[in-house]
Design a protein around this ligand. Sequence first.
Ligand SMILES: [Zn+2]
Length: 501
Amino acid sequence: MTVDTHMPYDEALARFEPVLGLETHVELGTASKMFCGCKTTFGAPPNTQVCPTCLAFPGSLPTANAVAIESTIRIGLALNCSIAEWCRFARKNYFYPDMPKNYQISQYDEPLCFDGYLDVEVDGRTVRVEIERVHLEEDTGKSTHVGGATGRIQGADYSIVDYNRAGIPLVEIVTKPVEGTESLAPDVAKAYVTELRETLRSLGVSDVRMEEGSLRCDVNVSLMPRGASEWGTRTETKNVNSLRSVERAVRSEIERQAAILADGGRIIQETRHFHEDTGVTTPGRSKEEAQDYRYFPEPDLVPIAPDPAWVATLKEALPELPSVRRKRLQAEWGVSDLDMQAMHNADAFDLVEATVAAGAPAADARKWWMGELARRANESGVALAGLPITPAQIARVTELVASGALNDKLAREVLEGVLAGEGSPDEVVERRGLRIVNDEGELSAIVDQVIAGNADAADKVRSGKIAAAGALVGGVMKASRGKADAARARELILEKLGVSE
Ligand SMILES: [Zn+2]
């Protein structure tokens, strides 16, 4: 594999303006496939979810999945698209061993949804990404090439194919060219895919797992020399399968294309592959034009003509979209943009919201999730939501702190116990004996004992050096193993030593 020269990013940006385009494929989470009744369970044994229709046996006929059409319209509505009053499926003709029909049922010049937009926040700035189209098609099967070093067909001993995925409803969301993002192009691409994923998740139409391929992103990049008015030739980096890779792929393509153009070369219109390990792209195949696919209207399916009244009902019933939700939560919680961003990055909104719903004050809920729990999640390399603790349990801990039964230090120990599987917060308090010493007699006895053992400090306090009381409070906390109420202990110490503040 030869690695192309890359121009340093800043230099590339000084000489060229990047133009982005993003094509995202989303597998819908329908119970059955797009044109037959086969199940769509991920990870089933190969070729167990197939039938004559999705294997394209002669005489089998497709029937469109109504839920898939409804989901696609809901996606379109959430992306502010117009919904076609009448449109058709089209055959896209090409040969792929994992596509039994030798054509894909897709949509061509009559997409179900078109002309929308999605606003994304980058660096405190709102960037509107315009959506060209949202159309519905079917997924292909999956080929596995065995014996080669790279998993590619070249050098493989043989290939096997699994048709379970063939015919799963797939929605393709295509942006219009995104201009003017300048050096933020990689961040805009990442923010767009992130926002799109959250929007799709809020609609409940897909499990949007990039690592399992239910959300796949192709990234188009072209460069325009400064002062030029025509776009350059674009490349399409296929199936970039993580948010971080979307950002890295755009950056790498900008640097690579800039080096070629600066050297007087020209960009080849082609698909490229992004390599997670090296962070660079390598060539795939030269890119076909739409005409190469010989599209024609699918003769085995009736046109789709969604009733505008039904579409209006779907629009009415859309859930709260992520951007609207973020604004609402920010107002309810009264937090800064920066804190919202941190919670967003940590995927903490659901957790904090559920903790507040379970009775915790927002500031406490946020403090625990973004502080102690974020630290522990980070240490054990899991997502916040993957920690073995529930929002209701956090709410209970905040309640125990508010009632004076726990202080912050003890609360942290309780969380540690819950995370270690020792039971509910109350059980951990009980088992570890963590309740604060709020029995006045018990506390008084500890204070006496500490004063007796620290005569020097006690004398200093008696002579008016009240700062020295800190050492005594520390002694009480130590003697009570952190379970004393520090403020009350201080009061008692001063009282017993006959001084007042
Ligand atoms: Zn089938």
